[in-house]
Design a protein around this ligand. Structure first.
Ligand SMILES: [Zn+2]
Length: 493
């Protein structure tokens, strides 16, 4: 008997707004699609959080014994600046600014994306298809949608007819919007726009002469609309209806709404059983944005090389921090929150290290089986990782009491406890116990703190030769000191 037959999982379905009992379309198999990155810049930490949530979900499904086909795409064409219907392609723009071939931009940032995900210990998806690798499939879907009467061609572009679609279907079913309200709230179209209604969206865009990313089509040279690639790739690899579609909540509208419309228009079926959306990651209480300077890259956290941080944090620790929030809640990242989380992370890893050496008794003081099921109950409640982590800390408390001789555990319960902790901490949450490196980091932090103190004392004694020498020798070792109002901090490059 597989675990998924015993554990009843509920997931929050954005389409219905309810927690629903999860049943896969094909027993024992799951098809899951997650919108991947547009590879025109370094991956954002917020995006990492989204992909990490689905990595955890993928891991839990696998742990339950499902065979999962997990498709996460790479958007390498068709995504326009500001997610707009008109304008420059994000990748083409970057290529123009950096004087690169668009595929050089794609390659560079795909490699960066994979590097960061590897540091975070992500499992690779089953398939990672690209938009440019599926132009033919996208053209075929457009042909079908035109044939069914839900799209029209004008001046070399093809638009989806939202008004026509809404006569027989529900445009706005996922985002909870009404087409009448959307139309009422839209300003008049500018004269040069070809669309029949402002809500219509592009399936194919005519390429202007200066547009370098272009492909031939029955409607002339052009490129596919952004929403279409996900319909093409999910249908190709998962079928017309599949189990789970995920993404950041900012994709709910218009991107996912349009995916539903395209699928229903082309094959008459609702494409997805359960829509899952992750919430935002904020920095110091504010939305992250490069333009305001309130942003941080994953590598800056790993090196401590950002002024909002007092030190570096390891990838497994940052992963633990993210898992401490439910994927549907807003999570705020800050130096204080990371420091607090690091204490918890170290405590958890220390307890895991202690576990092996615990001596056993004839009996067990606490009910390991009940505790084990409570871990599953947490995960079965819409992947509630913060509750799971609280349960893991219940076990940490018992481990420490057993170590101190205040409680006891028998041989079989100790084995069960170890197996369960390992399953949830490493397999499901995807954390890593880098014991030696964590201990080394601790020592390094202590050593640098000591040198900072000596430098401070030298400066107070006006011994600037010594204080400068300490600073310069640390720089030579790749350690930068930063003097601030709250004292001196450091980063490692
Ligand atoms: Zn998508």
């Amino acid at each position: 008997m597989q675990l998924y037959e015993q554990q009843k999982l509920k997931v929050h379905n954005s389409l219905t707004g309810k927690k629903e009992l999860f049943t896969s379309l094909n027993s024992g198999h799951i098809g899951m699609y997650v919108c991947g990155p547009t590879v025109y810049s370094n991956v954002h930490l917020g995006n990492c959080r989204t992909f990490m949530s689905f990595d955890m979900i993928f891991r839990y499904f696998k742990h339950l014994g499902y065979k999962v086909r997990y498709v996460r795409n790479i958007t390498d064409a068709g995504h326009l600046v500001d997610d707009a219907e008109d304008g420059e392609d994000k990748i083409a723009k970057k290529a123009r600014l950096e004087q690169l071939e668009p595929m050089e931009v794609v390659q560079r940032y795909t490699v960066d994306f994979h590097n960061i995900l590897e540091k975070f210990n992500f499992l690779p998806p089953s398939i990672e298809p690209t938009a440019t690798g599926h132009i033919i499939e996208q053209i075929e879907i457009i042909k079908v949608i035109i044939e069914k009467g839900y799209a029209y061609e004008i001046n070399g572009s093809v638009y989806f007819d939202v008004v026509k679609f809404n006569e027989t279907n529900d445009y706005g079913q996922l985002s909870g919007r009404k087409l009448e309200d959307m139309i009422a709230n839209t300003r008049e179209l500018t004269a040069q726009n070809d669309k029949r209604s402002p809500q219509d969206f592009a399936l194919w865009k005519k390429a202007e002469p200066q547009h370098i990313m272009r492909w031939p089509s029955p409607w002339g040279d052009g490129f596919p609309g952004w929403h279409l690639e996900c319909t093409a790739m999910s249908t190709k690899y998962l079928g017309e209806t599949f189990d789970i579609h995920g993404g950041g909540m900012d994709l709910k509208f218009p991107h996912h709404e349009c995916e539903i419309a395209q699928a229903e228009a082309s094959n008459g079926k609702s494409p997805v059983q359960y829509w899952l959306h992750t919430n935002m990651l904020t920095l110091n209480g504010k939305k992250m944005a490069k333009s305001t300077g309130n942003s941080i890259l994953p590598d800056e956290i790993f090196s401590g090389n950002n002024e909002v941080l007092s030190k570096a944090f390891s990838p497994p620790m940052v992963r633990f921090f993210m898992m401490q929030a439910h994927y549907t809640s807003i999570l705020d990242i800050s130096n204080v929150a990371l420091l607090a989380s690091e204490k918890g992370f170290n405590k958890l890893m220390e307890a895991i290290n202690t576990l092996d050496g615990l001596s056993t008794a004839k009996e067990t003081k606490f009910n390991v089986l009940t505790w084990k099921q409570s871990c599953y109950d947490a995960m079965n409640d819409d992947f509630n990782t913060p509750i799971l982590i609280a349960k893991l800390f219940d076990a940490v408390k018992h481990i420490n009491l057993i170590k101190e001789g205040k409680e006891f555990i028998n041989v079989s319960d100790k084995a069960l406890l170890k197996e369960t902790i390992h399953n949830f901490v490493f397999e499901v949450l995807g954390l890593e116990n880098k014991k030696s490196s964590a201990a080394d980091t601790e020592k390094l932090n202590g050593t640098v703190a000591l040198l900072i103190q000596l430098r401070k004392a030298a400066r107070e004694n006006k011994d600037f030769a010594t204080s400068d020498s300490i600073r310069d020798q640390l720089v030579a070792l790749g350690i930068q000191l930063k003097d601030g109002k709250e004292g001196t901090s450091f980063s490692i490059s």
